[in-house]
Design a protein around this ligand. Sequence first.
Ligand code: NAP
Length: 297
Amino acid sequence: MKIGFVGLGQMGSAMARNLLTAGHELTVYNRTPGKADALAKDGARIASSPADAAKGVEAVLTMLADDPAVAEVTFGEHGIASGLPAGSAHLSLSTISVALARRLADEHRARRQNYLSTPVFGRPESAEARKLLVVAAGETAAVDRYHLIFEAIGRQTFVAGAEPWQANAVKLCGNFMIGSMMEAFGEAFATMRKAGIDRHLFLDVMNELFGSAVYRNYGGLIANEKFTPAGFRLRLGLKDVRLALEAAEELGSPMPFASVLRDHFISALANGQEQLDWSSVALVAARNAGLESSTKS
Ligand code: NAP
C-alpha cells in the first residue's frame, strides 16, 4: 500500500520501519530533517512537507507529540489536509484530545477524505517489536480497509466504535489506568521504605498477585528508579492526564484520582523531572514522605 508517515519521534520511527519491513511503499516526513535519513537508506522516500507526504497515498499516518502538533501538521500551510487525495484516509496514532479528534473527522469529511483515530498502547520497545495494541475507531469500511497497516505495527487491534473520538477516549482512560498504577507504586514503595522492607520483595509479591506485564515493567522501573532514558516523557504524561480530565468533564464523569495524578505530574515537573520518564511521578510520593531519591542517598 502507498502510505505517508509524519512524525518520526521515538514511537513513529519504529512504526515507520515496521511498515517498510512489511513491504509498504513509504513516504516519510519529520519536522527535524535528520530523523528520516535511516529510513531513506532502507527505501523510504523523504517528503518535503506534510502535504507532500500525503500526496497520492491511500493513507497518511501521523505520530506527533500533542494536539498543537497534529493540528499544525494537518491544517497548517502545506499540511496533510491539502495534499491527501479524496477517498484516502488520515490515521492519527498520537494521543490527542477527543475535541481535536472530532475536528479532524469533521474537517476531513468536508474535504471528502476519511479520518480514523488509531491511538496505540505500548512503549518504544513494543513499537520496535511490533507488539503495540492498536485501538481504532471510525467508519467500519475504513477500519477494514486499513487492517494491513494495523497488522504491520501491532499485535492486536480493537475497534472502539464508529466515531473516531471514541478510540481517543479509550487511550486516555487507559493511560489514566497506567498513571494510577504508577502513583500506587510510588505511595506503596515509600511506605515500604519507611517500614524497612525491600521494594523488590514487595514488587515480587505484587507481580505474583497481579500477573501483569505492565505492572512488572513499570514496577521494575520505579523500584530501580530507572527513569532515563525516558521512553515516555513526563510532560507527555501530564498532557494525557489533562486530556482525560477534559474528556471526563465534557462527558459529565468525575475522575477524582485523575485530578490527584495531574497535580503530582505538575509537582514532578516543578521538581526538575522534565527529562525523566513519566514513571518518575512515583518520586512525588517519596518526597511527600520525606524520603530522598534512593539513588542519591
Ligand atoms: P517524541 O519522541 O517526543 O516525538 C514527537 C514527534 O512529534 C517528533 O517527530 C516531533 O518532531 C514531532 N513534533 C512535535 N511538535 C511538532 C510540531 N509542532 N510540528 C511538527 N512536528 C512536531 O514522542 P513519542 O514518544 O514518539 O510520542 C508521540 C505520540 O505518541 C504522543 O502523542 C504520545 O503521547 C504518544 N505515545 C507515546 C508512547 C511512548 O511510550 N513514548 C506510547 C504510546 C503513545 P521533531 O523531531 O522535529 O521534534
